[in-house]
Design a binder for this molecule. Structure first.
Ligand SMILES: NC(=O)c1ccc[n+]([C@@H]2O[C@H](COP(=O)([O-])OP(=O)(O)OC[C@H]3O[C@@H](n4cnc5c(N)ncnc54)[C@H](O)[C@@H]3O)[C@@H](O)[C@H]2O)c1
Length: 252
């Protein structure tokens, strides 16, 4: 269990859901992890749980991914504590309001979703790229969504933000390839997490699971393993790629 032995990773949105599962798996696989989130108390609980199980290998840092100053602080913390950055998982994100009428969205609501999901991931790549290029090595995993691959009913701003994450991943990958830095995106389908709990709770007909060929919605660990693969050297010849993890939902 040492696919990330000697590696240092930053994982955003690690207080719960997929980010917490990724932080736990990464530590289990030998990484040192800077786990970040806006929700400090919950993040500290998650990190305490991980460290209790695996030893003191994770650190909790409060972080708003839309703030360039916060990114600088997170990168400084990683270098000070662990001396380098090998991996960034741009996982933090928000869903925002879902409506089938574009007129239901205010410009502020649009800007907020784009700012967190797209600009936040851009700022993350920008923050770590210099360090990774200096080391001629690094893996950035941007968490998009199947919403960034195909259209869906209700959620124009979210879909747009995740589409932006998909295509910025490819351009960043091309630019960084000669410097030894890989950039890939992961596209989860429906995953049970704090983000989707209300939607899934309202889905009394179980229609989400019914439309998925594998017959169930995902759990955070279903996404954490593919993220581990892209973060690790197992995917050393992969960059600019999009890894769909959706139980077959978009294959239909
Ligand atoms: N749950 C799903 O069905 C699903 C499907 C496809 C993609 N995704 C994507 O997967 C990623 C993880 O989502 P999740 O399902 O674990 O949801 P989640 O709500 O459990 O986790 C998101 C985390 O991001 C944090 N966050 C939000 N805004 C932030 C900010 N500005 N700065 C720092 N942290 C911030 C939240 O506090 C939260 O802990 C997101 O990018 C999401 O868009 C989720």
């Amino acid at each position: 269990m040492s696919r990330l032995a000697g590696k240092v990773a930053i994982i955003t949105g690690a207080a719960g859901g997929q980010g917490a599962a990724e932080a736990k798996l990464f530590v289990k696989e030998g990484a040192k992890v800077i786990a970040t989130d806006m929700q400090l108390e919950l993040l500290q609980e998650t990190v305490a749980d991980i460290n209790e199980t695996f030893g003191e290998h994770a650190v909790a840092v409060q972080h708003n991914i839309t703030s360039e100053e916060d990114w600088k602080r997170v990168v400084d913390e990683a270098i000070t504590r662990f001396g380098k950055i090998d991996i960034l998982v741009n996982n933090a994100g928000i869903l925002g309001k879902l409506s089938s009428d574009v007129n239901d969205y205010t410009l502020d609501e649009w800007n907020t979703i784009l700012n967190v999901n797209a600009t936040g991931s851009f700022l993350g790549m920008k923050a770590v790229m210099g360090e990774m290029k200096k080391n001629k090595s690094g893996s950035i995993v941007n968490i998009s969504s199947i919403a960034g691959l195909v259209g869906g009913q209700g959620g124009v701003p979210y879909q747009a933000s995740k589409g932006a994450v998909r295509i910025m991943t490819k351009s960043a990958a091309i630019d960084a390839a000669a410097h030894g830095v890989r950039v890939n995106s992961v596209h989860p389908g429906t995953v049970a997490s704090p983000m989707s709990n209300a939607i899934l709770a309202a889905d009394t007909q179980n229609s989400a699971a019914t439309r998925i060929p594998m017959g169930r919605v995902g759990v955070p660990e279903d996404i954490a393993y593919p993220v581990l693969f892209l973060a690790s050297d197992d995917s050393r010849y992969m960059t600019g790629t999009e890894l769909v993890v959706d139980g077959g939902e978009t294959a239909v």
